[in-house]
Design a protein around this ligand. Structure first.
Ligand code: SAM
Length: 389
């Protein structure tokens, strides 16, 4: 594995406390817990999980950079797309899931204000109390005049919601099951205690709901015996919950991932589970529980299927590059001001990172799910890859 920088003594104490919580649960459960439960504890255990505790996470001083942290042009482009939906509705609200540092919310609100298309409310649903506080500080500092429109929710709003719902890099942060398909049956990866700390073990789960879903997937994707990968079983219920409250509007989901036949390609036979620590990516989820991000790629075919099963339409599916270009990222960049050439060059460099195929342009995708929206949504007009799903 890559050499990773050593965490501080304080961070190691937090990680050890979380490890104790995990070991206690493993003992209580008779010797092992499903990987999805382990990932849940690592990311969201109150006060100790990666997203719940106080580490930096995003940006240059953190562990990874998301698109909104890289450039405000990302949020400004998204605002063009959302403005079209808000225009069609005549009014409406905004709901962002997992708003991270609050950067994206600040950029979207700022841009919607400048094109006179503000939503009634900008709601944020965030599971981490620490990030909620960080979002409040960002928005107070960046868009103080719009702060009163922002409200934090603990649960989904009531049925009849009209507007735009957005989740950037939230699906990849949902706990996944890790499995091995042995050609006839499913083995689920669990986590157990070992002399060295925590380790993998497998259990046969012939009768369970997870095994049934994985068996369907294995047969559909034609997985070879020995194939290892991940599946997000929370996706369906999560989208069904959204569909239940969506009266009219659009759900925009952006993340790294691909269509099912690409994600479960024979060459990807070890899955896509990845950990991020101080800008190093590696594949050991047992390293310093709670101090590193754990993610897996998104199956966008599963997103589309779950959206349709919940009664929404798939309005478009495309790459981040095509989405941003359709929303006019070049036009927005050109207004960045040729008077300040240093700033312009910096922003041009960031745009390259957002759209070049070898950077974020192709591995990140956007999907739009809608209810009662007629107009084409900016972002999906240039190149729509729904046929690949
Ligand atoms: C990788 S971060 C992305 C943050 C931000 N959207 C960005 O692009 O910079 C994942 C975020 O999703 C949040 N999250 C994960 N599952 C969630 C859920 N079910 N509902 C709301 N937020 C969630 C995490 O707490 C965290 O803020």
């Amino acid at each position: 594995m890559n050499e990773l920088p050593e965490p501080s003594a304080d961070a190691l104490v937090l990680s050890e406390r979380l490890s104790e919580v995990i070991r206690a649960e493993i003992a209580e459960q008779g010797g092992s817990i499903p990987f999805s439960r382990y990932m849940e504890l690592c990311l969201y255990s109150p006060g100790l999980g990666y997203y719940s505790a106080g580490s930096q996470k995003f940006g240059a001083a953190g562990d990874f950079i998301t698109a909104p942290e890289l450039s405000s042009l990302f949020g400004r482009c998204l605002a063009q797309s959302c403005a079209s939906v808000l225009n069609e509705l005549g009014d409406g609200d905004f709901l962002e899931f997992g708003a991270g540092s609050g950067r994206l919310a600040a950029d979207i609100l700022g841009e919607l204000a400048s094109i006179d298309n503000l939503p009634g409310h900008y709601y944020i649903l965030e599971r981490s109390a620490e990030l909620r506080a960080r979002q409040q500080a960002t928005l107070k500092a960046e868009v103080p005049q719009l702060y009163e429109r922002v409200a934090w929710l603990d649960t989904l709003p009531a049925a009849g919601f009209r507007g735009v719902l957005l989740a950037n890099e939230v699906l990849d942060a949902m706990p996944v099951e890790r499995f091995r398909w042995n050609g006839a049956a499913v083995e689920l990866f669990h986590v157990r205690c070992s002399d060295a700390g925590l380790d993998w073990c497998t259990v046969q789960d012939g009768m369970g709901e997870a095994a049934a879903a994985i068996q369907r997937l294995a047969e559909e994707a034609g997985l070879a015996p020995g194939y290892i990968s991940e599946i997000n079983l929370s996706l369906g219920p999560w989208l069904a919950g959204i569909a239940d409250i969506l009266g009219q509007g659009a759900v925009l989901l952006a993340d790294y991932g691909s269509a099912r036949h690409e994600l479960y390609h024979p060459q990807r036979s070890a899955g896509t589970l990845m950990c991020h620590y101080r800008h190093r990516a590696h594949d050991d989820p047992f390293r310093w529980p709670g101090l590193q991000d754990i993610t897996a790629h998104v199956d966008f075919t599963a997103v589309a299927e779950a959206g349709v099963a919940a009664g929404m339409e798939v309005a478009g599916y495309t790459t981040q590059a095509h989405f941003l270009m359709d929303c006019g990222i070049d036009r927005l960049l050109s207004t960045a001001g040729p008077t300040d050439s240093v700033d312009y060059l910096k922003q041009a460099q960031q745009v390259k990172q957002l759209i070049l195929p070898g950077e974020m342009g192709e591995c990140f995708k956007f999907i739009g799910l809608t209810r009662d929206i007629e107009n084409p949504i900016p972002g999906f007009r240039l190149q729509d890859f729904r046929h690949r799903l």
